[in-house]
Design a protein around this ligand. Structure first.
Ligand code: FE2
Length: 387
């Protein structure tokens, strides 16, 4: 398909998506934002240290033996609007150990902040969502929280969190985590989008799930003509909720000459799961400089990426030399441009990573960078012998 037709199709998709959202008399699942992201990890204490040191997260809350939680321990970290929860099992067997054994460290919960967690559960299960747990009220001296949960792709779940009657530090059962070690934040502000990798041929099924069950609309699509190198290929569609605060791109592998990076993820994660968490900053150069200094490894961008940059993206505020020094990628769409950079996987298996993104008007996802990015990932796959 030609680029022009493709662009037109994307504009039509965006228009359709927005129209659908404005037309619906009532958004049956109003989402206020991402409440928290919970990872099941092998050693929560040490993971928490990593996210504080390397990513600039702040100590927020804790639950474990000392707070009466017997079977698990959780550390809650915060940076501006982003909340990460790191959870490890304290006993043998059970859901947590099975999850870690099968997937390695990875995202279990993408929690969504709502006004009414009971209604969110009723509306979504009525439309076909599989329940993870029914609405339940959790209380302590600081008030009450209502939570409910549904399953999504793989073993990932969404938990709806209603906290309007709560003023504690995180959830009932947690206490403030006071720490002597408080490294500076690096300027991460909020979750821009979270990407799911699903199995061969399953992208449309999961897009339909977000459409029918959660009332999302598709805003962008890429196919393997947009996103393929000599070796790797994938297809991707972006689903967004009504107010645009929650965006979930869904990827599936496509046939390439060799193993696609999505397939590599699925092999090592043993199924579908969260591939990357994109976090927004207001100053990507400062953020990336700080993260690199603190030990975060980013994908290497070939120097020749910058050779024809200005012809490709037009006038930008930043110096090309500075962007080149930090390996920051740039892409432009009809509304503006964006700067982005991807970490290497942050866990042992070649699975989950982070994206750092700064938007300057652009509402897209860096399609123009996919090829350069994938070539960079393929170099890493080559080193791992998994290409
Ligand atoms: Fe992304």
């Amino acid at each position: 398909m030609s680029t022009e037709i493709k662009n037109l199709e994307n504009i039509q998709n965006v228009t359709y998506g927005l129209k659908k959202l404005f037309d619906s008399a009532e958004d049956f699942l109003p989402l206020l934002g991402t409440d928290y992201v919970e990872l099941y990890v092998g050693n929560a204490k040490q993971s928490a240290h990593f996210y504080k040191t390397a990513f600039g997260f702040q100590s927020e809350a804790y639950a474990g033996l000392e707070t009466g939680m017997k079977d698990r321990v959780s550390y809650v970290l915060k940076q501006d609007k982003i909340r990460l929860v790191l959870t490890s099992p304290m006993e043998e067997g059970g859901e947590l150990n099975e999850h870690i054994n099968k997937h390695g460290d990875g995202v279990k919960v993408v929690a969504l902040w709502v006004d009414d967690a009971t209604k969110a559960w009723e509306e979504t299960t009525k439309r076909g969502a599989k329940s993870y747990f029914e609405p339940r009220v959790e209380k302590d001296d600081n008030g009450e929280v209502v939570r409910s949960g549904i399953h999504t792709y793989g073993e990932t779940v969404h938990i709806f969190v209603e906290r309007k009657n709560y003023n504690g530090v995180f959830l009932p059962g947690y206490r403030k985590w006071e720490s002597h070690y408080n490294p500076e934040p690096v300027g991460l502000r909020y979750i821009d989008h979270m990407v799911g990798n699903v199995d061969w041929g399953e992208m449309d099924k999961w897009c339909e799930f977000y459409d029918k069950v959660l009332g999302f609309a598709q805003i962008v699509s890429f196919d393997d003509n947009d996103i393929s190198t000599d070796f790797t290929a994938l297809m991707s569609k972006v689903m967004s909720n009504g107010n645009g605060r929650i965006k979930f791109p869904i990827n599936e592998p496509a046939d390439g000459k060799k193993k696609s990076q999505i397939e590599e993820y699925i092999d090592y994660y043993n199924g579908p799961g969260v591939q990357h968490i994109a976090v927004a900053t207001d100053n990507i150069v400062e953020t990336v400089t700080a993260m690199r200094d603190r030990g975060v490894e980013f994908l290497y961008v070939p120097e020749n990426y910058y050779d024809d940059l200005l012809e490709r993206v037009g006038k930008i505020d930043e110096s090309v030399e500075v962007l080149k020094k930090h390996g920051i990628l740039i892409d432009r769409d009809e509304e503006g441009y964006l700067l982005q950079l991807f970490t290497k996987p942050v866990v042992d298996r070649p699975t989950m990573f982070f994206e750092i993104i700064q938007r300057k008007g652009a509402m897209s996802f860096g399609k123009g960078n996919f090829k350069a990015l994938f070539e960079a990932i393929e170099r890493e796959q080559e080193n791992r012998g998994t290409l």
